[in-house]
Design a protein around this ligand. Structure first.
Ligand code: DTR
Ligand code: CA
Ligand code: ZN
Ligand code: ZN
Length: 315
């Protein structure tokens, strides 16, 4: 794996600048330059998988699930919050009630950046009652968490403000994310964009990009094109995850998806490998959605893509 230098690249705006800089001296030369965004770091797959192992052990210790209103959900919130607090995030647990049970969203702000231009990334942290929910949606939760920890490790100083969200009770109809968006009040107009990651490590993976907003879609499509990985537009779940809560409030949304219960076609298997005629995730919403139900390469690629998108969109 090659790395770009971890320093801000300073790019001269025009060839003439060199001569101008020689005439005007260094202070003026600095003004005659513009800077390109920092390259995002390679997100360590071992870190992402470590979070999945932890979510699996939380499910194992709590009746086999991490569902809304059950102890495994709150334990998942506590785990993610602890990691973010230790990394210097400002975290908030937002409570709501659904079905007579308390639900929780976790919001984590990275200090700095223009708050009236806030870029958000999020994932639902709840599972269905039937299983541990490792691909759906430990994968998105763990990928977003490891990217947040990378923001801290790298000491990112974004121009725009960066905020992460982990949503409760998605499986009951986007309940947590709707609660969050409905309670934004005047802050709603400050959200520049929301990126959603729900199922990003399906065991028979596809590479699907949300096509809701052209600018956000392009960030992901270009990144995958540069890696020579074919992408398709996400159509399986239109409006079936937390991005719909943001989209309905007029906020531009984007995101990635590796497939749920639909069957992979011959052509898709040619492009992406895996098995034609089988679902992208044969364990979707079942007890076998465990740590065995993950394609590491898809999870790694998508985690790296999340980092790239956030570095670029907040620069
Ligand atoms: N992740 C599923 C819902 C779902 C099915 N297809 C898509 C596509 C894109 C995002 C989400 C989905 C769930 O939470 O059950
Ligand atoms: Ca990686
Ligand atoms: Zn689900
Ligand atoms: Zn999901």
């Amino acid at each position: 794996m090659t790395h770009s230098p971890r320093t801000r690249r300073v790019v001269l705006v025009a060839g003439a600048c060199t001569a101008v800089a020689a005439l005007l001296g260094t202070a003026a030369a600095a003004q005659a330059t513009t800077s390109a965004p920092l390259a995002a770091p390679d997100i360590p797959i071992a870190g992402v998988k470590g979070h999945l192992d932890k979510l699996q052990s939380i499910a194992d210790a709590n009746g086999g699930n991490r569902a809304h209103g059950r102890p495994g959900y709150k334990a998942s919130i506590d785990y993610v919050k602890g990691k973010l607090d230790d990394a210097g995030f400002t975290t908030k647990v937002q409570e709501f009630n659904y079905g007579g049970r308390k639900g929780y969203n976790l919001i984590a702000d990275w200090p700095g950046g223009k708050e009236d231009q806030t870029v958000m990334a999020g994932a639902h942290l709840d599972s269905v009652g039937r299983g541990p929910g490792i691909n759906d949606n430990g994968s998105g939760s763990a990928g977003v968490l490891e990217v947040a920890l990378a923001v801290s490790r790298e000491g990112l100083k974004p121009t725009k403000h960066l905020r992460f969200g982990w949503w409760g009770a998605e499986e009951y109809g986007l309940v947590g994310s709707r609660h969050y968006v409905n309670n934004l009040g005047g802050d709603r107009s400050k959200i520049d964009s929301y990126l959603n990651f729900d199922m990003i490590g399906s065991p028979n993976p596809g590479y699907f990009v949300y096509d809701d907003d052209a600018r956000l879609e392009k960030v992901f499509k270009d990144w995958y094109a540069a890696k020579n990985i074919v992408t398709e537009i996400e159509t399986e779940g239109d409006g079936r995850s937390d991005h719909a809560s943001f989209k309905d409030a007029g906020i531009p949304v984007g995101g990635l998806f590796t497939g749920a219960g639909y069957i992979k076609s011959q052509e898709q298997a040619k492009n992406w490998g895996g098995e034609a005629g089988r679902p992208f995730d044969p364990c979707y919403h079942q007890s076998c959605d465990s740590t065995k139900n993950i394609d590491d390469k898809a999870l790694d690629n998508n985690s790296d893509a999340i980092a790239h998108a956030l570095w670029e969109l907040t620069s």
